[in-house]
Design a binder for this molecule. Structure first.
Ligand code: PRX
Length: 667
C-alpha cells in the first residue's frame, strides 16, 4: 500500500488562488472538438464511445466487440478487428498527400532531412525487407537503441509493418541498462547507429550496443547499424564480423523492395516500452496494436488538435513513451507533419528551439515542464528574438508550477495559444487527464478534467473512494479500462496484477467493477472537478521528466566495492523537478573520499545512464531504519528537502536522522 498522503492542507491553500484562463476564441473557432456533448457521448455509451477513436483508422476487418472484460484486468479491445499500424501511419496517406512532409528532421548541426509520406513509405519498406532478410519474423521482439534521427521512426514502423514488436531503449541509457532490457525481452536482434551529435560532438554510440551484447545472457546474433552520415562510418566504430550489418548495405540490396503490411490482430502487441517501477528490474509495458493506435490517434486529434495540414513539434525524445505516442504513432496516423530535432536545446545557442519553430512555422508545440523552467531561467529575450506563433501548446511528464505555466503562456504562447497539461504514463499509452482545449478553461498547475470515457478517482490508503471533487488529496486511480492501457508486463502477468491492480481491487472477482488501476501518483480532485497531480507516492522519482526507480539507483550504487549500504532520496530541484541524493554507508575501514564519490557517480552512469547521475553523495555512519530493518527513505527525503522530520519514534535508533541532518545542513 502507498505511503500516507500528507500534503492536503498546503495544496488547498495554494489552489484557491489560481485563476482560470479562457481558451482564445481564434482557437475555439477551428478546434477539432468544440462540442461539449463529447463527454456525454463517451460516458453514456461507454465503452462504445471509444469506437470514435478506432474509426479514425483503416481496419482490414472491423472488430466484433468493443471490449471483452470477461477476464479482468486482462481486457481485450476491439476484439476480432485486424489492422496494421504501419499501414495506418504511412500507406493510407499516399493517395491524398504522398508529397507532403511526414517527418521534418533537423540535425543538431543544421543538416536536415525532410521525409515526405512517399519517402517514408520507401524507407520503411526497405527497412522491413532488410529486417526480414536478417531473419526477423512476426512476433520477434526487436530491440532498438536509437537516438533522435529518422532511423528511429523508420525502424519502428518497419517493425510494425512485419508484425515484430519493437522495444526501443532511450539512447541515453547505458550499455548495462540496454543489456538488461535485451535479456528481459529475450531479443536477439539489436538495431543501433554508429553515432549522433551532442553539443557539436559526434558520439560513438555503437560502443554501447557492443558492450550490451557482451553483457547480455541472450545470444544476440544480429546487430544492424545505421550510419549517421550514410556511407561514412564513424572512425572509432568497430564492425563485428558475422554479427554486425550496415543498414546502408542492406538498403542498397533492397532499394525498391515492397513488403506487404502484415495483418495484425487488434490484440497483437505493437511494442514494448520499459519503465521504472518500485523494484530494481524495469517493467516491459506491452502495448497492443488496435487499442493503442486508436487511443493515441484519437487523443492526438482531440487533445493536441492536430490536423493534417499542421506542422506539429513534440520536443520529447522518441526513446520514451511521449515520443512513441505523440511524435510517431498518433501524429503520423493523422497524416500530419511531425518535427524531430536531434540535438540539445542550447546548442549552438539558447535560441535554437525558437529558431526551428520560426523556420518551419510550427503550429503546435509540445514540451516538458523541465524544459519550460529552463527556458524561463535563460530569459524571455531568446524567444522574443524569433518570429513564431503557436496555436496550441502542451506540457507533459511532471507537475508544472503555476509560475512556470504563466511564463510559458506569456512568453512562448504570446497569451493567445491554448495550453493543455497532459497527465498520463508509459502504462496508459496516451493522455488520461487533461482538458479538451476548446472546452475547458485553463488553470495553471492543474492537469484538468478526465479525457472522454476515462474515470479517474481518488482513494484513501485503505482503498476507500474519497468523495468526488472534495478537494482532498489521495491515491490517483482509474476505475474503468481504456483502449490505450498496457496489456501486461512483458512475460509477467503476475507482476502486472501486483504492480497496478492488487492494492485497490478485489482480485478474486471477475467483475470489471471490482478492478481499479493504481497510478502510483498522489492527486487532488478539486472542487471544480479538475485534477491536480502531486507526484509519485511510490519509490519512483521524476528527474527532468525521466522516470527513475530508487531501487535501480540503489542497486547501481551497491555495486561499488567500498559501499556497504545505500539509500536514495528525491530532492526537489528548481529546474529538474527532482534530483537523486544518495546516502551511503561505507564498509568498515573505508574513509569517505573524492575517489569513492566519483566511483559512485560512475557506477550510476554505467548501470543506468548519465541522465540519472546523483546530485549529492552523502557519506553517513548509519541509515534511518525501522526496528525490522527497513530503510525509511521518507526521512531521508525530509532531510534532503530541509523539511521537518516525520515520525521517528518507530526507528531502531531515533538519533540517526538528526545526525544526518546535521551533516547535510549543519547545526
Ligand atoms: O508522476 C506522473 C508524472 O510522470 C509519471 C509517468 O512517467 P512516465 O511513465 O515516464 O510517462 C511520462 C510521460 C507521460 C506519472 O506517474 N506525470 C506525467 N504527466 C504529468 C505528471 N505529473 C504531473 N502532471 C503531468 N501532466
Amino acid at each position: 500500500m502507498s505511503d500516507d498522503v500528507e500534503f492536503e492542507g498546503e495544496i488547498e491553500a495554494r489552489l484557491s488562488e489560481q485563476e482560470y484562463f479562457r481558451p482564445p476564441a481564434k482557437f475555439v473557432g477551428q478546434a477539432n472538438v468544440s462540442d461539449p456533448a463529447i463527454h456525454d457521448r463517451f460516458g453514456d455509451e461507454w465503452p462504445h464511445g471509444f469506437e470514435e477513436y478506432a474509426e479514425l483508422l483503416d481496419w482490414e476487418s472491423r472488430w466484433d466487440e468493443t471490449l471483452d472484460a470477461s477476464n479482468p484486468p486482462f481486457y481485450e479491445w476491439f476484439v476480432g478487428g485486424e489492422l496494421n499500424a504501419c499501414y495506418n501511419c504511412v500507406d493510407r496517406h499516399l493517395d491524398e498527400r504522398k508529397n507532403q512532409v511526414a517527418l521534418l528532421w533537423e540535425g543538431e548541426g543544421g543538416d536536415r532531412s525532410h521525409l515526405t509520406y512517399q519517402d517514408l513509405y520507401r524507407e520503411v519498406n526497405r527497412m522491413a525487407a532488410a529486417l526480414r532478410t536478417m531473419g526477423v519474423e512476426e512476433d520477434d521482439v526487436v530491440t532498438l537503441h536509437l537516438p533522435m534521427v529518422p532511423a528511429l521512426p523508420i525502424t519502428m514502423l518497419a517493425c510494425a509493418r512485419i508484425g515484430a514488436p519493437h522495444s526501443e531503449v532511450f539512447a541515453g541509457f547505458s550499455a548495462s541498462a540496454l543489456a538488461q532490457r535485451i535479456d528481459d525481452a529475450d531479443s536477439d536482434v539489436v538495431v543501433t547507429i554508429d553515432g549522433y551529435y551532442r553539443r557539436g560532438e559526434l558520439l560513438n554510440h555503437k560502443q554501447k550496443a557492443d558492450q550490451a551484447v557482451e553483457e547480455a545472457d541472450t545470444d544476440v546474433d544480429t546487430v544492424l547499424v545505421w550510419e549517421r552520415h550514410e556511407g561514412d562510418l564513424h572512425d572509432d566504430v568497430d564492425v563485428v564480423e558475422d554479427r554486425d550489418v550496415l543498414v546502408t548495405d542492406l538498403k542498397a540490396d533492397h532499394d525498391r523492395a515492397r513488403v506487404d503490411p502484415v495483418t495484425r490482430n487488434a490484440e497483437d502487441p505493437l511494442f514494448l516500452m520499459y519503465t521504472s517501477g518500485t523494484t530494481g528490474q524495469p517493467k516491459g509495458c506491452q502495448h497492443r496494436t488496435g487499442g493503442y493506435l486508436s487511443y493515441v490517434t484519437g487523443t492526438s486529434k482531440y487533445v493536441l488538435d492536430i490536423k493534417p495540414e499542421d506542422t506539429y513539434w513534440c520536443a520529447a525524445d522518441i526513446g520514451w513513451i511521449t515520443g512513441h505516442s505523440y511524435i510517431v504513432y498518433g501524429p503520423l496516423a493523422l497524416g500530419t507533419t511531425s518535427v524531430m530535432y536531434e540535438g540539445a536545446p542550447d546548442h549552438p545557442h539558447k535560441g535554437r528551439i525558437w529558431e526551428i519553430a520560426e523556420k518551419y512555422d510550427v503550429d503546435i508545440f509540445h514540451t516538458s515542464p523541465t524544459a519550460v523552467r529552463m527556458f524561463m531561467k535563460w530569459g524571455p529575450e531568446y524567444p522574443e528574438e524569433y518570429d513564431f506563433d503557436f496555436r496550441h501548446m502542451t506540457t507533459v511528464g511532471e507537475p508544472i508550477q503555476p509560475e512556470a505555466w504563466l511564463w510559458y503562456y506569456k512568453y512562448i504562447g504570446g497569451e493567445d495559444a491554448v495550453i493543455v497539461d497532459t497527465w498520463w504514463q508509459t502504462e496508459t499509452g496516451g493522455h488520461l487527464i487533461t482538458n479538451l482545449p476548446a472546452l475547458d478553461d485553463m488553470k495553471p498547475g492543474s492537469a484538468g478534467k478526465p479525457c472522454p470515457g476515462i474515470q479517474p478517482a481518488i482513494y484513501d490508503d485503505n482503498g476507500n473512494p474519497v468523495e468526488a471533487a472534495s478537494g482532498k488529496a489521495g491515491n490517483l486511480v482509474i476505475e474503468k479500462p481504456w483502449p490505450g492501457m498496457l496489456q501486461t508486463v512483458y512475460g509477467d502477468d503476475e507482476r502486472f496484477v501486483d504492480e497496478y491492480w492488487r492494492d485497490f481491487s478485489d482480485t478474486n472477482s471477475d467483475d470489471m467493477a471490482d478492478w481499479v488501476y493504481k497510478a502510483g501518483d498522489g492527486a487532488v480532485h478539486e472542487r471544480d472537478g479538475y485534477f491536480r497531480i502531486l507526484g509519485r507516492l511510490d519509490d519512483v522519482m521524476n528527474v527532468a521528466g525521466h522516470r527513475l526507480g530508487t531501487m535501480e539507483l540503489e542497486s547501481a550504487v551497491a555495486e561499488v566495492e567500498e559501499v556497504a549500504e545505500a539509500a536514495v532520496a528525491a530532492r526537489e530541484d528548481a529546474e529538474k523537478g527532482e534530483v537523486p541524493d544518495v546516502y551511503v554507508v561505507l564498509r568498515e575501514g573505508i574513509e569517505p573520499s573524492e575517489a569513492v564519490r566519483n566511483g559512485i557517480v560512475r557506477a550510476v552512469e554505467e548501470e543506468i545512464g548519465k541522465f540519472a547521475r546523483p546530485a549529492n553523495v552523502v557519506f553517513v555512519d548509519d541509515l534511518p531504519k525501522t526496528r525490522s530493518g527497513k530503510i525509511m527513505r521518507r526521512l531521508l527525503e525530509d532531510i534532503s528537502n530541509d523539511q521537518d522530520l516525520g515520525d521517528t519514534t518507530t526507528l531502531r535508533d531515533p538519533s540517526v536522522p538528526e545526525q544526518i541532518r546535521d551533516l547535510v545542513h549543519g547545526d
